[in-house]
Design a protein around this ligand. Sequence first.
Ligand SMILES: [Zn+2]
Length: 77
Amino acid sequence: MHLIETGFTVTLIVLLAVIGWSVFVYLSPYRECRWCAAFASLRMRCRRCKGTKLTRRLGARHVHRVRLALRQAWEER
Ligand SMILES: [Zn+2]
């Protein structure tokens, strides 16, 4: 019984973390590129951001996709 409650709590925390991260990524999907300096030291153009100095945060693409899916579901209701 205790094990089930612990599992539930962990699930809840993970769920909240995912939701919190989704909101955060949705509000600011880009961050400064960390790879530019590494590529610059190799005298190469950055391949991660293609020179824009901005990269998407972890999961930004997924959040975007989920947002599109939600909007589609909303319009087809
Ligand atoms: Zn870069």
